[in-house]
Design a protein around this ligand. Structure first.
Ligand code: BG6
Length: 464
């Protein structure tokens, strides 16, 4: 078996079904799959909590309603009928024997591990001990290690019993519809490809701004920080989508191209790395009193290949910034000054808006009415105005995992390459600079883009 010929699951087993991620994301995503008639197997929850199937069903309904998702009774009844529960300690072989009994006769299980990575090894050992891994797929959540060597060690635990085609590593950014749209925009429009290179593009800016702080996640966040939390995974994956070459078909065709691109990204240089911490972060519950953890990062990366050599990719990401916005901005080179156009206008820009208000913008220069001058105008497409409602990231990814489509999941070589890229930043971090909440982070972020276009204000709906 390979990633290319995996077949549909005949049972979904969720470890950690009573936890936070299931409550906030999983039930809703599965319910939405049920509504779209894309769910066609039983679902077995496994947790330490001694819940009955009815308790699980009640909890599921409350969790779905709490997300604001309207619940249709018939759809929920179909969904609830799939749910059953196995309770037990993940360290106890008897738990896996109970799972084996619960899924007896099923030959294509998907095990979804919604549990801390420190438990992955134990659970996979338990499943293997009960003879359940042979034909299974195992879906796991980040973080995949906290640096290159721990990522390899974690993978050793998984690969002790599983082959690579069986492991589905989730990065929910790859399940975002506007992120998936990047390769459609790039490769299904013949006008785009000829301009998508170092001849035409001056720089690329990726912004992931969040207008809220760490809130109640201090215990999780403080040992992690912004670089590991969103850059090594989500934002590098976005670069994979913007910059990789077109692929052949099949999940591995697509993944090969992303990994090939990651291999061309030059290992990051701490000289081009800025770290910030918002004022007040040290008061967050779970944060060390003298924490040096960054809540903001800005960095510059280069891709050493024929298409991108010399084009800087700037990334900035942070908490407690002025707005919530994730966007990728491709900034094109200036046109030359011509006699009838003595002043060259602003540069063309192509913007992929990932969140909120997904869509694309194309900034063009046009004649200013009544004046002999040019000014920027914006061609703005908002996907929700033009297309049907998009699936949620987890809805898409869980559906793909159950149907055996690994294309939007991360392969181990991709995990290792992305850690390799950021490893020097982890080993030699510059000091954190404190920034005011609601600002755009430390001033060093502006110095980072010197010689290239300044950071742009994100393109938000109110600016339309
Ligand atoms: C998570 C990070 O992976 O992604 C969070 O741990 C971050 O810190 C979140 O807020 C952002 O995801 P989204 O989909 O809300 O942009």
């Amino acid at each position: 078996m390979t990633a290319e010929n995996a077949t549909a699951a005949d049972v979904l087993v969720i470890f950690g079904i009573t936890g936070d991620l299931a409550r906030k994301m999983t039930f809703r995503s599965l319910y939405r799959l049920e509504r779209r008639k894309l769910l066609d197997c039983p679902i077995v929850g496994v947790a330490f909590d001694d819940w009955s199937a009815d308790q699980l069903r009640e909890h599921a309904r409350a969790a779905i309603e709490a997300t604001g998702e309207p619940v249709d009774d018939d759809v929920f009844a179909r969904f609830a009928a799939r749910l059953s529960m196995v309770s037990g300690d993940f360290a106890d072989a008897a738990t896996y024997a109970k799972v084996a009994t619960a899924i007896k006769g099923r030959t294509n299980p998907v095990f979804y591990l919604e549990i801390p990575p420190s438990l992955f090894g134990r659970v996979v050992d338990g499943l293997a001990g009960a003879g359940l891994t042979e034909n299974a797929r195992v879906v796991v959540e980040k973080p995949f290690g906290h640096d290159l060597s721990s990522a390899k060690a974690l993978n050793d635990q998984l690969s002790a019993h599983l082959q690579e085609w069986q492991i589905y590593r989730i990065d929910h950014f790859l399940g975002k519809e506007p992120a998936m749209d990047i390769r459609y925009i790039r490769f299904s429009n013949s006008i785009i490809e000829p301009i998508w290179n170092r001849d035409r593009i001056e720089s690329v800016q990726i912004t992931m701004a969040e207008n809220f702080g760490v809130a109640d996640r201090g215990h999780f966040y403080d040992p992690v920080g912004a670089l590991r939390d969103v850059v090594q995974n989500h934002l590098l994956q976005l670069i994979g989508l913007i910059a990789a070459e077109p692929s052949s078909g099949g999940p591995d065709g697509f993944r090969d191209k992303r990994v090939e691109l990651f291999k061309s990204i030059r290992t990051a240089d701490p000289k081009h790395y800025v770290r910030g911490q918002y004022a007040g972060y040290l008061d967050v519950d779970g944060v060390a009193a003298d924490s040096q953890t960054e809540t903001f990062v800005a960095l510059k990366l280069y891709i050493d290949n024929w298409r991108w050599a010399g084009v800087p990719f700037f990334i900035r990401a942070g908490k407690s910034l002025p707005v919530r916005d994730t966007e990728i901005r491709i900034i094109f080179k200036r046109p030359p000054a011509l006699p009838f156009l003595p002043k060259t206008g602003e540069q063309n820009e192509f913007i992929f808006r990932i969140d909120p208000n997904p869509g694309v913008d194309f900034v063009l220069q046009a004649k200013e009415s009544g004046a002999d001058a040019s000014r920027a105008v914006n061609l703005c497409l908002t996907f929700s105005d033009e297309m049907a409602e998009a699936p949620e990231p987890y809805e898409r990814l869980l559906g793909d995992a159950m149907h055996g489509d690994a294309g939007q999941f991360i392969r181990e070589d991709g995990v290792e390459e992305t850690w390799r890229i950021v490893q020097p930043l982890i080993e030699a971090p510059p000091p954190v600079e404190v920034y005011e909440q609601g600002s755009w982070g430390p001033s060093g972020a502006n110095a980072l883009v010197a010689g290239f276009p300044n950071w742009r204000e994100p393109w938000l709906p109110t600016q339309k």
